[in-house]
Write a protein that binds this ligand. Structure first.
Ligand code: ADP
Ligand code: MG
Length: 405
């Protein structure tokens, strides 16, 4: 079935429209360090402003665990949104309640209001369907229509993502429509060669996607924290590097299956090993099968792929017509361990075909390394959501909008 889109909501002029955005930006001391997700929300918001809707923006930020915590306030995000929209944006320091309702009722046509962090309310992520439903109803009471545009959360069964879509006439916004279009190109007859590059630190989350991708891709490059689980599965010592011992058998299974299917799993042949997890840690390039016999012994911790590996991954990427990349190749936040990520990102900008970056940290990485968004085919705002889509899982937030595979 097809996704309901903005057109399905009819004329929104003068109507109060609740918009679920994903404004979950990285903050350091109250300053937004990457506003990519705010920018990604502008298309839908400008469209609604343009037709004279009264726009009520809701979002989560971080994990305040159901409590009001000043460092997770959306106030600085509302400020940034105002700058990017080039117009005033009202902010209310509660999500639901008398003040929020009054602020919503004060809106004129084309005005924008941001409500405080959804996750200051434990109901948003409650396990109990009834609790979530009541919270969704309180949000719904402020609006006349609901636009779901937080692609980064569509894999979550949460009040503002799932129940709210059933509590008001609802449709997907432009960001979700666009993200879904790209993901469908990655799963439905992708142009070949098709390469997927996986890295980052959420190892067990990402291992799941491999099973689903093996029958579909030509090459799978493994970097980031998960590479050490693969090296260990092949019997190599990995020192103090990130390692998921309970996944070793699973990983061996993937290696066998890949061999049977003729899929290349490209594992690093060299890694950058450091004396500890720190920006200024001493480090050296070591053969991937000799981490523990090198200078730092069992204390050595792998923080990036080595130059030989990075060059090989870059060749695989450049030679492909479809590429999906999720997860930095190393601890790019430390300049000494950013080279692998930078080399792969550069190659992705040179792909003739579709090159997609997925994942919050991956998107932040390419920006912080000096690349422009428009150098890439697509930068997805949702890491977990895009991975679950590629895994073939059902996404509750999309199904609530009429979509099914
Ligand atoms: P994304 O948000 O793009 O899906 P993740 O959240 O899975 O990516 O992982 C991002 C993090 O992975 C980064 O903060 C980076 O420092 C970390 N990382 C990458 N390589 C390693 C490594 N070898 N050891 C530890 N952490 C790593
Ligand atoms: Mg992340």
């Amino acid at each position: 079935m097809a996704l309901r889109t903005l057109e399905d909501l009819g004329d929104l002029a003068g109507k109060r429209v609740v918009v679920r955005c994903d404004l979950n930006v990285p903050l350091a001391d109250g300053t937004i360090t990457d506003d990519g997700r705010v920018r990604a929300s502008l298309g839908t918001l400008n469209r609604l402003i343009g037709v004279g809707a009264r726009v009520i923006v809701i979002s989560h930020l971080g994990r305040p665990d159901g409590e009001r915590k000043a460092e997770f306030s959306l106030a600085p995000v509302a400020q940034r949104l105002s700058e990017l929209l080039g117009k005033p944006v009202a902010f209310c320091d509660e999500t639901v309640g008398d003040a929020a309702t009054a602020a919503a009722e004060a809106l004129e046509d084309g005005d924008v209001l941001v409500l405080e962090n959804l996750r200051f309310n434990s109901e948003e992520t409650a396990k109990d369907v009834g609790v979530r439903g009541d919270f969704a109803d309180r949000i719904a009471a402020m609006g006349e229509a609901f636009v779901s545009d937080g692609f980064g959360v569509v894999h979550r069964k949460q009040a503002s993502v799932y129940e709210l879509a059933g509590a008001l006439p609802s449709a997907a916004g432009l960001l979700i429509e666009q993200e879904l279009g790209v993901l469908e190109r990655l799963t439905t007859e992708p142009e070949r060669p098709y390469t997927v590059v996986l890295g980052g630190s959420k190892v067990s989350d990402k291992l799941g996607v491999i099973a689903h991708l093996l029958p579909r891709v030509d090459t799978l490059c493994i970097g980031g924290g998960m590479l050490f689980t693969f090296l260990a599965a092949q019997g190599h010592g990995v020192g103090s590097s990130l390692l998921e011992r309970d996944q070793l058998d699973t990983v061996r299974g993937y290696l066998d299956e890949a061999a049977q299917r003729g899929v290349t799993i490209d594992l690093p042949t060299d890694v950058v090993v450091a004396s500890g997890f720190a920006a200024d840690a001493e480090h050296e390039v070591v053969a991937a099968d000799a981490i523990e016999s090198a200078r730092f012994g069992a204390d050595g911790i792998g923080l990036d792929i080595g130059p030989e590996t990075a060059a090989r991954f870059a060749d695989a990427v450049r030679g492909s017509r479809t590429v999906f990349w999720n997860g930095p190749m190393g601890v790019f936040e430390f300049p000494a361990f950013a080279a692998g990520t930078k080399t792969v990102a550069q190659a992705l900008t040179e792909v003739e075909g579709l090159g997609v970056v997925g994942g919050g940290d991956s998107a932040a990485a390419v920006r912080s390394l000096g690349f422009d968004d428009d150098q890439f085919g697509h930068i997805s705002t949702g890491g977990g959501a895009s991975l679950e889509f590629l895994e073939g899982k059902s996404l509750p937030g999309l199904e609530a909008l009429g979509w099914s595979a």
